[in-house]
Design a protein around this ligand. Sequence first.
Ligand code: FE2
Length: 168
Amino acid sequence: MVIIKKTDIMTLNSLGLETKKVKGLTNDLNELLANFQIYYQNLRGIHWNIKGKRFFELHAKFEELYTAANINVDDIAERILTLGETPLHTFEDYMTKAKVPVGQNIYQDEKAVRLIVDSLTELLNIERLILNTSDEANDEGTNSMMSDFISEQEKTIWMMKSWLNETV
Ligand SMILES: [Fe+2]
């Protein structure tokens, strides 16, 4: 007779994913959401405050990036909901999870571009950790979302570093 211990029983949700693993995953996704919101707000700040001869070029580029980040934020929040949890939505919660540097009063072009690189480096760290957890949870939806974010952000870092005349 096979004895099944209570701890061995996996509870699957209606997506076919293990409830316990999904819970850990949504906590990590909320951390990513919080940090993405800080990245988004960093982009708004530099879009507004940028000064100098490259104003028109950078003002437009930062708008392009915050528009994309806004879509990413919504996708992360809706992924958390799809997995059965609640996305964080207050600034207070976001600040308790902040790993992305908060840019304040940045108007110099190089500092602004560096803020983007530093923010994306932190987002990539979180996304790679999530990729491990989502892989472990067999969650292909989150896996593919992280893969898309990672390749897109890596490309943005390359471009920003090229603009800074530096290598990745
Ligand atoms: Fe604007």
